[in-house]
Design a protein around this ligand. Structure first.
Ligand code: SF4
Length: 291
């Protein structure tokens, strides 16, 4: 079984009366010779790591090895406790959690690369926060993760996840699209709606460059993770309200890949452009690596 793109994925699902989660399970059964129970159990392990990684940085200050970032997830968690946020508990909790995972990644802690380490905060923050908000069981959250993997698979096949190849739009864009599709599914949306959410999220991050300061995945990466989580959640609400993407998911993925290919090398994880070569970015690089 193989879905070459989003349209194909929707057709296969319609023919078999499957959700995108069912597709992902059957894909694993058929192509990787796993039992249904194995697929669920593997994803349960993934969910367990996600649950841990979203809390570590919120409960105590995580200071990153370079000294460049850290402690921000903790700050946001404390701010949330005061109960006076503008955006509300769900959004602010997701912000803290996304930053927790990213800060943990910068300390070489255990995270789920979903789809990459640089974008590791988005999906865990979204899936755990949506799980709490909607009072979902682990089994339901696991189905959400399976939806995200079906969407990620299509992006990976037709474009790239790598900042070095496609910029941050590919890395954080893919993670946010996966998270938004999973959220729409968990809110009761159709397969088509999941792909509308994925398309809208990528459209809104199209062209974002990869410019890590000193070549370290911390600045701007940690904050791009919180932004991706917020985009995934707000887009899910947009789609559940009935808004669709005028440009279909497959076209958006193709555009994202083409835009990535046209980005200059300096803006594809080389730390030779963007924020990495600002006065402050260069000063920091010198502090860490010397002249
Ligand atoms: S800026 Fe580059 S390294 Fe950082 S999260 Fe985005 S793609 Fe990854």
């Amino acid at each position: 079984m193989f879905a070459k793109n989003g349209a194909d994925l929707l057709e296969i699902c319609a023919k078999n009366h499957w959700s995108l989660a069912d597709f992902a399970i059957n894909y694993e059964i058929e192509n990787n010779k796993l039992s249904r129970e194995d697929v669920i159990e593997n994803m349960r392990k993934v969910l367990d790591v996600m649950k841990e990684s979203v809390t570590v940085g919120v409960e105590k200050e995580v200071i990153c090895l370079s000294g460049l970032t850290g402690g921000n997830a903790y700050k946001v968690g404390k701010y949330l406790e005061k109960g006076n946020t503008l955006c509300g508990d769900t959004i602010v909790k997701a912000i803290a959690r996304a930053m927790s995972c990213s800060e943990l990644n910068a300390t070489m802690g255990k995270i789920v690369a979903c789809p990459t380490a640089g974008s590791c905060g988005i999906l865990p923050a979204v899936i755990t926060t949506v799980g709490e908000k909607l009072n979902l069981s682990d089994e339901e959250m696991i189905k959400g993760l399976l939806v995200s993997s079906a969407v990620g698979m299509i992006i990976g096949q037709n474009a790239t996840f790598a900042g070095a190849e496609g910029g941050c739009q590919a890395e954080c864009g893919a993670a946010s699209a996966m998270a938004s599709a999973a959220t729409v599914f968990l809110m009761g949306g159709t397969n088509e709606m999941c792909l509308h959410a994925a398309a809208i999220v990528i459209k809104n991050i199209l062209g974002l460059v990869c410019d890590p300061v000193a070549g370290i995945v911390e600045v701007p990466c940690v904050k791009r993770n919180f932004a991706g989580a917020v985009s995934a959640l707000s887009t899910a609400d947009l789609v559940m309200a009935g808004v669709i993407s005028y440009i279909p998911f497959d076209d958006v993925v193709e555009a994202m890949y083409k835009v990535g290919k046209t980005l200059p090398e300096s803006l594809r994880e080389t730390a030779l452009g963007g924020l990495a070569v600002t006065k402050t970015g260069l000063e920091f690089k010198e502090k860490v690596f010397g002249k």
